[in-house]
Design a binder for this molecule. Sequence first.
Ligand code: NM2
Length: 526
Amino acid sequence: MSEVSKKIDHSLMWPGVIVTGIIGLLLSLFPESGRAVVDTLFAILTHNFKWLFLMFGLFCVLFLVWLGLSRWGNIKLGAPDDTPEFSTYTWAAMIFCAGIGIAIVYWAFIEPVYYLNSGMLHVDPDTQKGLIGELAGMYGQFHWGITPWAIYALPTFPIAYAIHVKKIPALRLSAACRGIIGNRADGPLGKLIDIVVIFAMIGGIGTSLGLAVPLGTALISEITGLPPSFSLQIIVLIVWTALFTVTVWAGLKKGIARLADLNTYIAYFLLLYVFIIGPTTFILNNWCNSLGLMFSDFFKLSLWTDPITNGGFPEGWTVFYWAWWVAYAPMVGLFVARISKGRTIRQVVFGELVFGSLGCWIFFAIWGGYAINLQTSGALDVYTILKESGWSNNVTIVAILNAMPGGKYIFIPVFTILCSIFLATTLNSAAYTLSSQVTINLSGDEEPPRWNRTLWGIILGLLALGLLSTGALKAVQLSSIVVALPLIPVLLLMVFSLMKWLKEDYGEILKTNVQALPPEKIKPAV
Ligand code: NM2
């Protein structure tokens, strides 16, 4: 099919484009009132729904572990003779790279520094220094481990089952709800579901861009000596968006893929760098300890709402993170479903939970461990830097990086390249997924029209501009929280749909033959 003849589903595309454009513009024009609205909305949503986000996160873990271990785990995502397309290593690496970008680079260094003084779990940072230091390591492993990966994994199964077993030719989430909503997937209900998904993607990416641009600016200003002003942020954003737009326009899909590969090597290098310059032993001891604390307190951490003192920790961290992963879950789910044909449900459940968590844990163990050690060993008072810079994450990250041997001339420049490539690849896959969502009847290997991809890139840039204008981290966080809330019922609907399909297709077979292969012929869903 040629590019021109591909049709855009306007009723899906315009709500997202227009609303995002308007929000981006309003926030840039009225940053002061924008900040006030953001504060109120943030407080209302997180306070009223923190229980929901936390329970949903835990539900994802429990459901998937049950699914993977149960007899349903034997079911293959595909036809009986389908085999996996990729080796397990490549597959795991692809899953990790699809789900992880600039965010981990950003938070791994700075997140534990906040924890060192946060009063989390009512521990007093002044009198219980040892415990708070240990918890700082633990929380990183918790917030970037099993639960987030379970949130990512949840939509993978209904989508994979819909496309590989039911052979539904639509790469949309409404299609994966068919088990329950049937042909209403083609009507207004299906449309509503897909619009919710599009907003979720936009909101999640807004958070990523809102964090990445100031960090990129701080790094560039450190290298060039230019002051990290708002105008420099805008320049960075414009240059990044322009670079990205040109790449998309020129159709350099291969180029982006190669950049993504290169980035994994850069990340290995930077992880090894810190691991070797050390404190190597502390990093290992602290990691081991953090995992122990996390596993032992897993349920408590998962459900801690701080209902009496309402100190804001669960809202500002756990709830925000869960929402952000929820917002990205459809995008990652669509991707992982596509690359997992021929694997069993069990393999995909545990592959995603184990490899995904392990990847994130290593970043936090090494970079986070390094930052904790700076503080607890007295080498650098990172917390005071954070406080005195007016809670500027970026100033603090740069200070942490500068404290390393070779920080200024080796680590920071390479780190800047890492951030830029991460940003370009995230933006690229986001624009790509968004435009394939609004293109009608796009099959697995077709490209959505490039004007459409470019338009999404620009709209996302505009949203980032608006979020940055408010200058508030809360605005950036809210972007994910608002969109994640309506997505939760959609994800649950998909789960019910999956279970209904599994029971219909395999319920009888699995009663007599636990190691069942897929039935020769599964009733088509449409
Ligand atoms: N998550 C992993 O910006 C990014 O790195 C994209 C963000 C959901 C926090 C993923």
